[in-house]
Ligand binder design. Sequence first.
Ligand code: ATP
Ligand code: MG
Length: 452
Amino acid sequence: MPLRRRLLVLVALVLALCLVGGGALTYWYGLRKVDLEMSSAIEVARSAVGEALLSVTSGTDSSAQVQRIVSSFDGDRHVLARLLAPDGKVISASHLERPTDPPPEWLYRLLAGEPRSAAFELPAGLKKFATIEISADPHNEVGEVWEDLKLKFLIVVSFCAVVLTLIYATLGRALRPLEQLSVALKRVGDGDYTAHVSEDGPEDLKVIYQAFNRMALQLQTAEQQNQRLNEQLSTVQEEERSEISRDLHDDIGPFLFAADVDAQAIPLLISRSESDEVVERSKAIRQSVQHMQVHLRAILSRLRPALFIDQGLAIAIEHLVAFWKARRPNIVFTTDIEDARFPTGIEEVAFRILQEGASNAVRHGRPAAIGLAARQTSDGLLRVVVSDDGSGIAAEGTRGFGLAGMKERVASLNGRLHIADREGGKGVMLIVEIPLPKNKKENQQPLATSAA
Ligand SMILES: Nc1ncnc2c1ncn2[C@@H]1O[C@H](COP(=O)(O)OP(=O)(O)OP(=O)(O)O)[C@@H](O)[C@H]1O
Ligand SMILES: [Mg+2]
């Protein structure tokens, strides 16, 4: 059942309960009212008839006097007086005023109560002639309760109708944005993160709409970043492949060729007994092989830089610096790396930041010097700094994946990333602070891991 209808049914139920409660109260009140009215009416009538009978004198008009007592109740609303013959026949009766809107029979039966009556003997001389009987008739009283009940019922029913209409209209207005929200949620569920809901409505719902819009925006940003990441990933892979093939070609190819030439020459030189030359060629072959080993190691270190993290941040950074020095001999690298072990996740993130920071500095800043630092601070943070004296970040610089990736890595460790101008000059200073676990032992890696 829709929420709006469910709320309406709930309110209607509460109102119906109130109506039933009100009905029960009115019934109880009516019962008491009829009972009180009837008993007091019969009492008043009883004393009136008693007094009137005292003044009846025996004589020729004594029967007329008795008739007058009976007819004195004409028009009474609650008491009926009757003159009864000894055989029970009604000689005369007063005229009881009837209610204009008689109550229904069921209500009369519910409220009428016990019949009340009183009989009076006539004074001596008339005794044998007849008796006067008065009886209470609750029709008029029940009629009043009936009128009252109808009026109250009308008022309560009109009140309920107004309340339900108001609730229906208000809920309709208040819940309209929720319908909007469910449509928007469905769109998000189908992968359309451009969904947006208008942020007006009741205060408490407004918070939900704002949260939804923020969520959709973040999903949209994450999706765009994902797309960029995928595009860049394939570009980076392409670049890396061509760089590796270039390195293999330029750094390994010539030495392989040289070793091949030297190896081919050796049999000829042996046949000519030129042993000195054979020794020289052998040395040259070894040299070529050693060069190839060095270059192969450099290529491997680029392919698997994380390999050195197993040996600690300080060693990994040494390899990183060696890698760049081989390619940019003009840049002066300074390092200040804590020679301690930190939890694996933290060491890896710190290494990635130093690696990307150095790469950005070399690629974009054309600096003369690059500084790499990673030190534990007195307030339990690992402070990683990459600084260069290059051109600085251009205002119109492109947005790559490097900085975004750094931010994500740092955020995953509840750390902070800050990019500032280098102190006292041009260049960039990238500062990252990562909280270290409180327990000192956690900072230490097991010996087996560091040796691995
Ligand atoms: N040290 C720096 N000196 C000068 N400009 C920098 C430096 N670091 C970053 N930038 C600027 O910030 C931009 C964003 O850097 P980011 O690392 O996010 O992307 P990228 O290096 O261009 O590409 P990617 O890292 O994804 O291959 C760079 O394009 C560059 O313009
Ligand atoms: Mg970059």
